[in-house]
Design a protein around this ligand. Structure first.
Ligand code: CTP
Length: 415
């Protein structure tokens, strides 16, 4: 399976050109590795599966033959290549072992080449991700914990396990991490690490301003763009704090803080802004809130209520005033008309480095859509248009621009 070359309409996929060996061992969770395989292929990777003998008791080689980039390898000896482990190990950009049983973890720790997978693991210099899955008793066993600790110290990336339902109806820690978090770990491990070690704060979603215990003033923001921004920053190696009003999945490594109102969001932003290198205000923050919130539900019988409103604090403008040297501030502007002029004036008014403007009246753009089209305005007068595409790709374009600015700031500091 070969991905079509990127064009302007088809931007480069996140894992395009990356060779990944997907090691599957004989845990019950092996069926979930099929989903991981499909997601890696969808992201553009070249995936070579290695199935252990025990894995073949759990999942079929034919399934992987149909989904992966090449038929699965199952033996050190029944291959046309006399040395498949070194060929695979040397060519790999990354090896993911999913699920990783106690046996493969132990073999890898001691460097024992018991089969094609364990031999490939010690014949590679590529990063390795292991995703343990086993019963809680096994996972908690000091031998397994010791093996995992040694692997982690050597630089192996350990994803999961999670707590939840296990084979045989038991519950506890030991369940394979979700396919989503495994693929996120792959993306982080193979991605551009230009934000490594930086602290990034992202806000997302629309705030809700209470009228009474059951009603609020809100807006149509879905939080999709903000969550995509937080995910992209995390993939690039940043330590990310996401302050959000919506319950939407994100990589487990992101520090997620849930808020509801503009005041709560402001308090959390203030708390986290000081040490932040980059702050992205993607949230649709309410501009007004009721002056007072009724403690009991307002009843129809009491007549039409007159709700007096007061302005909320402008969080971005506040950040612009207290911005420290080297910190990058990114704002968003959802507009329905005169996009460039409105966004440019917001950029100046709020003291941001970049303002990402979108025309929410255009088809497929803005609130609730999976796609967006934006114009990124810089405080140096620059304008960059990003045509309609997935919100994850918009996030990539935003951090490309931010990354370039950071690089030029670092160069001018050292130059
Ligand atoms: N913003 C903020 N605090 C507010 C309102 C907005 O931090 N109380 C931020 C948003 O997160 C966004 C930027 O300011 O990054 C622009 O938001 P927008 O609603 O487009 O601008 P407003 O200043 O509210 O102007 P208007 O609604 O009149 O267009």
């Amino acid at each position: 399976m070969v991905a079509a070359p990127p064009t302007e309409d088809r931007p480069e996929l996140a894992l395009e050109g990356k060779r990944i060996v997907l090691g599957v061992t004989g845990g019950i969770a092996a069926y979930k590795s099929i989903e991981v395989c499909r997601r890696l292929i969808d992201a553009g990777a070249h995936v070579t599966p290695i199935l252990t003998k025990a894995a073949l008791n759990m999942v079929g080689a034919t399934t992987f033959a149909a989904l992966a980039s090449e038929p699965p390898k199952t033996s050190l000896f029944r291959d046309q290549d006399p040395i498949p482990h070194t060929t695979l190990g040397q060519a790999a950009d990354l090896i993911v072992v999913c699920p990783a049983t106690a046996r493969v973890i132990s073999d890898y720790r001691v460097g024992r080449s018991a089969d094609l997978l364990s031999a490939t693991l010690i014949a590679t210099e590529a990063p390795v991700i292991v995703c343990p899955a086993m019963h809680t008793e096994m996972w908690n066993h000091p031998a397994v914990q010791d093996n995992i600790a040694v692997l982690a110290r050597r630089g192996t990336i350990v994803v999961g396990p999670e707590s939840g339902r296990l084979a045989g109806g038991d519950r506890g820690e030991g369940r394979l991490a979700s396919p989503e978090s495994i693929v996120e770990a792959v993306l982080r491990s193979l991605g551009n690490q230009d934000l490594a070690g930086l602290k990034v704060v992202v806000t997302a979603g629309g705030t809700r301003e209470a009228i009474d215990p059951v009603r609020f003033i809100g807006n149509r923001s879905s939080g999709k763009q903000g969550h995509a921004l937080a995910t992209e920053a995390w993939r690039r190696g940043a330590n990310v704090t996401l302050i959000t009003t919506v319950d939407r999945s994100i990589p487990s490594g992101i520090d997620r803080i849930e808020v509801t109102s503009a005041a709560e969001m402001q308090a959390e932003v203030q708390l986290h802004a000081e040490g932040a290198d980059i702050i992205v205000m993607a949230a649709a923050v309410a501009d007004f809130r009721p002056v007072s919130v009724a403690t009991k539900k307002i009843k129809k019988a009491d007549g039409t209520p007159q709700i007096e409103l007061e302005p909320t604090e402008d969080i971005l403008a506040g950040l612009g005033k207290s911005k420290r040297a080297g910190q990058i501030l990114v704002g968003f502007a959802a507009e329905t008309n005169d996009l460039i002029e409105n966004a440019r004036s917001k950029l100046l008014r709020k003291g941001a480095d970049f303002l990402v403007g979108n025309d929410v009246s255009a088809p497929g753009v803005g609130f609730a859509h999976d796609t967006n089209a934006v114009t990124i305005l810089g405080d140096d007068g620059s304008t960059m248009e990003v045509t309609l595409r997935g919100k994850d790709e918009i996030a990539r374009a935003v951090f490309d621009v931010v990354g370039q600015k950071l690089q030029s700031l670092t160069q001018s500091e050292t130059g």
